[in-house]
Design a protein around this ligand. Structure first.
Ligand code: NDP
Length: 248
C-alpha cells in the first residue's frame, strides 16, 4: 500500500516544490523530506525565523538552496499572490509541486458561539488563500512535465463533527476544491490534483486540539511522509482527484 511506499533517494531530483506552512509541523518535515529527495524547496509561511531554521536545516543536510516566501495567508491579496508567482517564474521558470499544508484550527466551540471573525479568518487561510495561490501558480505548474498539487484534508473534512466549526467546514471545502480542479485538468493537462488526510500527527495543532493527549501516542510527521512522497513524485503520474489517508 501507499503508506508503505519507499521513495528512491533521487525521486524528486530537479523538481521545484512549494510548501505552505513550511516553518512548523507537517509542512516543515515535508519540506525537509522533499529536499532530501533532491527537490529545490520554496518555503512559504508567516513566521520568517521559523522558515530560516528550515532553510538552514535543508542546507546543513546537503539539500539544494531553498527560497523563502514570507507570506501571511490570512491577509494575502490577489495582487501579492500574482507578484509571488512572478518571482517564482523569474527564479525557476516553472513549478513542479505545490503542497497546500498551512491551516488554522480556529475555535472548537458550538456554531452558536463561534465568532464570525474567527470563522472568516479560518476560511480565508484554509480555503480562499489556497484557491488564490493555486490560481496564481497554475500557469507555472503547466510549465512542468508533471505538476502535482496536494491539498491537505482532515477526518473532520470527510465527516462533520460537533464543535469543529470552520475548520471542519474548510476541510470539506478543501476536498471540494481538489475535486473541482482535478476534474478540470483531467485529460487536458499534465497536472494532477489529490488530497491527503494526515491522520492524528504530533504537531502544535494536534496538541492544541487534544491538550489532554500524550503526544507520544500519535504518529510523527516523519511517519506519514510515504504518502506525501508518493503523490509528489512521478510514481503517482496518472493519479488524479483522489483522497488519501496517510495512515491507511
Ligand atoms: P501546525 O499548526 O503545526 O503547522 C501549521 C503551519 O501552517 C505552521 O507553520 C503555521 O505557521 C502555518 N500557518 C498557519 N496560518 C498561516 C497563515 N495565515 N499564513 C501562513 N502560514 C500559516 O499544523 P500541522 O502541521 O498539524 O498541520 C498541517 C496540516 O495538516 C494542516 O492543513 C492541518 O489542518 C492538517 N492536519 C493535521 C492533523 C494533525 O493531527 N496534526 C490532522 C489532520 C489534518 P506558524 O508556524 O507561523 O504558526
Amino acid at each position: 500500500t501507499i503508506t508503505d511506499y519507499t521513495a528512491r533517494p533521487d525521486l524528486l531530483k530537479d523538481k521545484i516544490i512549494l510548501v505552505t506552512g513550511a516553518g512548523d509541523g507537517i509542512g516543515r518535515v515535508a519540506a525537509k523530506t522533499f529536499a532530501a529527495h533532491g527537490a529545490t524547496l520554496i518555503l512559504l509561511g508567516r513566521t520568517t525565523p521559523k522558515l530560516e531554521v528550515v532553510y538552514d536545516e535543508i542546507e546543513a543536510a546537503g539539500g539544494a538552496k531553498p527560497a523563502i516566501l514570507p507570506v501571511d495567508l490570512s491577509g494575502v491579496r490577489w495582487e501579492e499572490l500574482e507578484y509571488l508567482a512572478q518571482g517564482v517564474e523569474q527564479e525557476f521558470g516553472r513549478l513542479d509541486g505545490l503542497l497546500h499544508n498551512a491551516s488554522l484550527l480556529g475555535q472548537r466551540t458550538p456554531m452558536a458561539n463561534y465568532h464570525y471573525s474567527v470563522w472568516q479568518q479560518v476560511m480565508q487561510v484554509n480555503v480562499n488563500a489556497a484557491f488564490g495561490l493555486t490560481k496564481a501558480m497554475l500557469p507555472l505548474l503547466e510549465e512542468s512535465a508533471a505538476g502535482s498539487i496536494i491539498f491537505t484534508g482532515s477526518g473532520v473534512g470527510l465527516k462533520g463533527r460537533a464543535y469543529w466549526g470552520a475548520y471542519s467546514v474548510s476541510k470539506f471545502a478543501t476536498e471540494g476544491m481538489m475535486q473541482v480542479l482535478a476534474d478540470e485538468v483531467d485529460g487536458v493537462s499534465n497536472i494532477r490534483v489529490n488530497s491527503i488526510n494526515p491522520g492524528a500527527t504530533r504537531t502544535n495543532m494536534r496538541a492544541a486540539a487534544y491538550p489532554a493527549e500524550d503526544p507520544k501516542t500519535v504518529a510523527t510527521p516523519e511517519d506519514i511522509m510515504p504518502t506525501y512522497l508518493y503523490l509528489m513524485g512521478d510514481d503517482s503520474i496518472g493519479i488524479n482527484g483522489k483522497q488519501f489517508n496517510a495512515q491507511g
